[in-house]
Design a protein around this ligand. Structure first.
Ligand code: B3K
Ligand code: ZN
Length: 875
């Protein structure tokens, strides 16, 4: 399996200006007729004769003609991935007809069937499973698509753009023709056909155009569409007000499908969503799910400009659309909900999962330079680190210049396939900033680590700060350059508890400033300080780096109280908890008695009893670092010691502060009808965090509060929280009846059943693995449905103590599933195997067990997706 390299990029030999498609739908024999209007690409005008090479996989060719002339067998050649026409004119019409088998498509890439409906997923390279085509993003054409299907079973026939014609056909069939006037790459093509119902609304754009909005779902889900529709309208308005971006068709459609590899897909005018990313109801979806739906609806909508109007030249530029669009959706969610909590949640996830990716064998730059299977590069690095880099650009330029750069980018590159240089170039052009060094963020993999040291010189009233950066080698990149790292910071006076005015090189820089680390080592001197400070560094997580500073516990307790930056207040609490956890991990390993750090108890007491105007942030502050995050900080991960230490901290806090937690729980009970609005969400999360501490000590009163909360059945957030606490306790006598009742009540609802599966297999008790095996036989489980695989197998792999069982049974279970899925759905299989690829992080015994499972997978006949991941993991 040969890699594709960025440096091999060539413009296509031929481009397609217009694409006419006709689909005659049938489960196992769909006919796709295509007429492509093809012309020689100007870049190859003088190149002499060039064959036409089209992509095509799993297609049965029935007919091929150039300008109406059928081709003889020797005029073209076909292999399992391409079709080559040896001689073609400068400009011509290519007609093909192929047969495909949607019912057999378990990979869910191309045209497939889900719950009886037909739908497509073409990004990145799925269109080639639909028809022969130059399936690359720099070929952009207008599309005209006719969909033919049974009137009774497929009453709704959708594609991109606007419907222009429809009618009856013989044999109880009917058709609809769609036209999309905006040139687009094939990966944005979409088709949906099924027995769907819609809810409809309208949006008037800033220039006064009327847009029809539709959300299409199965009939039983009609009551679960309000939030998605409201989110869509908010996103449309936000993008007009914030980025000046207006929608450009008369119709915008969202369709919910049950079988989908990712969250959603931004196809032009016809977004296709995993039902989990669109359907919500107070009784079936948690607050987190409501927020996720809002952000994914916004993300896909924002792609209409950052992705569709301006698309990617090639797939190495994927972060051009994904990093920018994630940054846009993060900003939207921050504006719509609690901005500090959004940042804390995003950074928390980032520092756990993206840092782990950067430190593992599949580490890659935001712009990789080669891949075997592009489907493996829809990663946290491309998406989230890409967004962090755009955020740094926004901060370097300031909002106004950044917006000007964004305007220039959309204007200059509209209708084109662009590169990361085009984007950064616009930012540099409007600001006059030299971003040459900054560009290394795109090409260098790995997480920069910064070691910071500071000293206060009492005699001179100066603070000296030294910063050193280093990025550890990553596969294929042994040597690393120094990056341009913007570090937002303040100096908090130890006497006043206030941010001090800072002076650098004789210039006053205010109380909150950005210092720029560009060398491997740099020294900063702050003069004329009124008092000794504690530094508050990397405020707001101003760069995606690990920053170490030898804070004492008093310093951290001080920052937790006084830092003016909410994010760093939270981070100080996390660092303080980490110091305590590290001691306890060591104690556990050495068999020494565990002693709780009273400073953590006192910090929590202050948080629980103090005044707060932001309950959502308080809930975050009361949340201990996750086991996965703690593991990231350890040189060798000891899953059992981490679990024991974290449980000990949680229980110690609960014993010491039982009444305080109880008071917070009781003070945050809500009577109002459920609404997914920030204040209610904040109260619920605070209440449920408090309850989680109380249940951690299996306090009888707390258990009955959890039981009562479950029985009250007020909303899914509270019900799920209570059910999780009961299930994760040792009290099977309470957990089992609750699980049974829940499972029976919701057996008809796949999205709720996903939650039911996850809750059970994430319990810390030793029977988790047996439960996975048992639940894999459950009638509602299916390996063919990616949501079910994530809910059961993916969730189990996040259950650290049980997945990493020392007998290796957790690893074996995962690899068995990966082997099975490699045949059914390679994209999902390659993602699922990730936890095994992190074997280097564990003790020797576990390393051997994990590697043995990877070897066992390697011995199979592997898809390119799984092959690429396994080879990297075992390299
Ligand atoms: N662009 C799609 C992701 C497609 C992944 C294909 N394997 C969703 C998104 O990022 O909006
Ligand atoms: Zn995206």
């Amino acid at each position: 399996m040969q890699p594709t390299y960025l440096h091999d990029y060539q413009p296509p030999a031929y481009r397609v200006t217009h694409t006419e498609l006709k689909f005659d739908l049938s489960s196992s024999a769909t006919r796709v007729t295509a007429r492509l209007h093809v012309e020689r690409h100007p870049a190859h005008q003088d190149a002499g004769a060039l064959p036409l090479v089209l992509n095509g996989e799993q297609l049965t060719l029935k007919r091929i003609a150039v300008d109406g002339e059928e081709l003889e067998a020797d005029e073209y050649a076909q292999d399992d991935a391409t079709l080559t026409v040896h001689r073609v004119p400068e400009s011509f019409l290519l007609d093909t007809e192929v047969e495909i088998d949607p019912a057999a498509n378990t990979a869910l890439s191309g045209l497939y069937q889900s719950s009886g409906m037909f739908c497509t997923q073409c990004e990145a390279e799925g269109f080639r499973r639909i028809t022969f085509y130059p399936d690359r993003p720099d070929v952009m054409a207008t599309f005209s698509t006719t969909v033919i299907g049974d009137r009774a079973t497929l009453p709704v026939l959708l594609s991109n753009g606007n419907p222009v014609e429809s009618g009856e056909l013989p044999d109880d069939r009917h058709f609809v023709t769609w036209e999309d006037p905006h040139p687009k790459p094939s990966y944005l093509f979409a088709l949906v056909a099924g027995d769907l119902k819609k809810v409809e609304d309208r949006f008037t754009t800033q220039s006064g155009r009327d847009v029809t909005l539709q959300v299409w779902v199965e009939e039983e889900n009609l009551s679960k569409t309000d939030h998605a529709m409201a989110s869509l309208k908010r996103a449309m308005k936000w993008d007009e007000e914030t980025y000046g971006r207006e929608y450009d068709l008369d119709l915008f459609m969202i369709v919910a499908v049950n079988d989908f590899n990712m969250g959603a897909m931004e196809n032009k005018g016809l977004n296709i969503f995993n039902s989990a990313a669109v359907l919500t109801h107070p009784h079936t979806a948690t607050d987190a799910a409501f927020q996720r739906v809002e952000s994914i609806v916004a993300h896909e909508y924002f792609h209409n400009w950052s992705g569709n109007r301006v698309t990617c030249r090639d797939w190495f530029q994927l972060s051009l659309k994904e990093g920018f669009t994630v940054f846009r959706d993060q900003s939207f969610s921050a504006d719509t909900n609690s901005a500090p909590v959004k940042r804390i949640e995003d950074v928390s996830m980032f520092r756990t999962a993206q840092f782990a990716e950067d430190a593992g064998p599949t580490a890659h730059p935001i712009r990789p330079d080669h891949y075997i299977e592009i489907g493996n590069f829809y990663t946290l690095t491309i998406y989230e680190k890409g967004a962090e880099v755009v955020r740094m650009l926004r901060n370097l330029l300031g909002w106004e210049l950044f917006r000007r750069g964004s305007d220039l980018y959309f204007e200059r590159l509209d209708g084109q396939a662009a590169t990361i240089e085009d984007f950064v170039g616009c930012m540099s052009e409007v600001s006059g900033l030299d971003l040459t060094q900054f560009m290394h963020w795109y090409s260098q993999a790995g997480t920069p680590e910064i070691d910071a040291h500071g000293e206060y010189d009492y005699a001179k009233s100066e603070y000296h700060l030294t910063l050193r950066q280093r990025t550890a080698p990553t596969p294929g990149q042994p040597d690393k350059v120094a990056l341009h790292i913007p570090i937002r910071m303040g100096l908090v006076g130890t006497k006043s508890g206030q941010d001090l005015k800072m002076t650098v090189d004789g210039e006053s820089v205010g109380t909150d400033t950005v210092i720029h680390l560009r060398e491997y080592e740099q020294h900063f001197v702050f003069t004329d300080l009124a008092e000794a400070p504690v530094p508050s560094l990397l405020r707001g997580f101003s760069a995606p780096v690990k920053l170490r500073f030898p804070y004492g516990r008093e310093d951290l307790a001080f920052l937790l109280q006084h830092d003016s930056d909410g994010f760093n207040r939270w981070d100080a609490g996390q660092r303080l908890a980490m110091l305590a956890l590290e001691d306890l991990i060591a104690a556990h390993r050495n068999g020494v008695e565990k002693v709780m750090d009273v400073r953590v108890v006192e910090a929590f007491r202050t948080l629980l009893t103090g005044e707060t105007d932001d309950k959502a942030v308080l809930a975050e502050m009361l949340t201990l670092p996750s086991e996965a995050y703690i593991a990231e900080q350890q040189p060798v991960v000891d899953v059992d010691a981490i679990h024991a230490a974290r449980t000990f901290v949680k229980q110690s806090l609960a014993y010491a502060l039982r009444d305080e937690f109880m008071a917070v729980y009781r003070a945050n009970q809500l009577d109002a009808p459920y609404a997914p609005e920030p204040q209610q969400i904040a109260a619920r999360s605070l209440k449920n965090v408090a309850l989680s501490y109380l249940v951690a000590i299996e306090d009888e009163e707390a258990l009955s509060l959890a039981q009562a909360q479950f029985d009250a059945d007020h909303n899914m957030t509270d019900v799920r929280s209570a059910l999780t606490l009961l299930t994760h306790s040792s009290r099977n006598d309470l957990a089992d009846p609750a699980l049974r009742a829940f499972g029976e009540k919701w057996s008809h609802d796949p999205l709720v059943m996903d939650q039911w599966f996850s809750i059970q297999v994430t319990r810390p008790q030793a029977d988790a693995l047996d439960r996975v095996k048992f639940l894999m036989e459950h009638p509602k489980f299916s390996l063919k449905n990616p949501n079910k695989v994530r809910a059961l197998i993916g969730a189990f792999a996040s259950n650290r103590v049980n997945f990493h069982r020392i007998d290796g049974a957790g690893y074996r279970l995962l690899s068995d599933v990966v082997i099975e899925l490699n045949k059914l759905n390679p994209e999902i299989a390659a993602r699922l195997v990730t936890p095994l690829t992190r074997w280097q992080r564990f003790d020797e015994a576990r390393q051997e067990l994990m590697k043995a499972e990877l070897e066992r997978i390697r011995a199979e006949d592997l898809s390119p997706n799984v092959y690429e991941v396994i080879e990297k993991a075992l390299a």
